[in-house]
Every structure is written in C-alpha cells, then in structure tokens.
Design a protein around this ligand. Structure first.
Ligand code: CU
Length: 89
C-alpha cells in the first residue's frame, strides 16, 4: 500500500487553502530503496531551491520542503505518478 499522510485508497479528504495563501509542503518518502515517489500537484506550481515545478521526485528516507502560493481558485488533484502507487491506492 502507498499513502499520503498515512491514508490510502483515496481516503484522504483533501487539503484546503486560500488563493494567495503561502503554503509549505514538507515531503517525506518512506519505504525501501525501491520506493521512489513522484508527487504531482495539479492546478498550482511550487518553488523548490529556486526552481518552479508541479511534480518532483522523493526517494525513501528523503525529505523536501516546497512552497506554494495558489493563484487560482478550484479543486485540484494531488497524487503520485508512479503507476503501481496509483493502482494500489
Ligand atoms: Cu508514490
């Protein structure tokens, strides 16, 4: 199983934020050396070490801190792009 904030199979109820709000995303990868994750934020971009992105990679036992300031309203998907993580929840 693969989860976000400990929740699997689409049980995460989502995150809410306001347009223009400064949001910090701490990312932590867990698992074995084969567990690479590629979180993807639809609808907004983030800054990491001066680079603008909407998808990144995170290895097991690695962390990243990304900053977001949403500039549009809406409901956006957030998920991992690794195929078996999508299929297994
Ligand atoms: Cu993943």
């Amino acid at each position: 199983m693969h989860g976000i904030n400990g929740l699997v199979y689409g049980n995460n109820q989502g995150y809410s934020m306001r347009k223009g709000e400064r949001v910090r995303w701490p990312i932590l990868g867990m698992g074995i050396e084969a567990d690479l994750h590629s979180p993807h934020w639809h609808g907004a971009t983030l800054l990491h070490n001066g680079h603008c992105l909407d998808v990144t990679e995170v290895l097991s036992a690695a962390t990243k801190t990304l900053d977001m300031q949403p500039d549009v309203k809406g409901m956006w998907m957030y998920h991992c792009h690794v195929n078996d993580h999508i299929k297994l929840g």
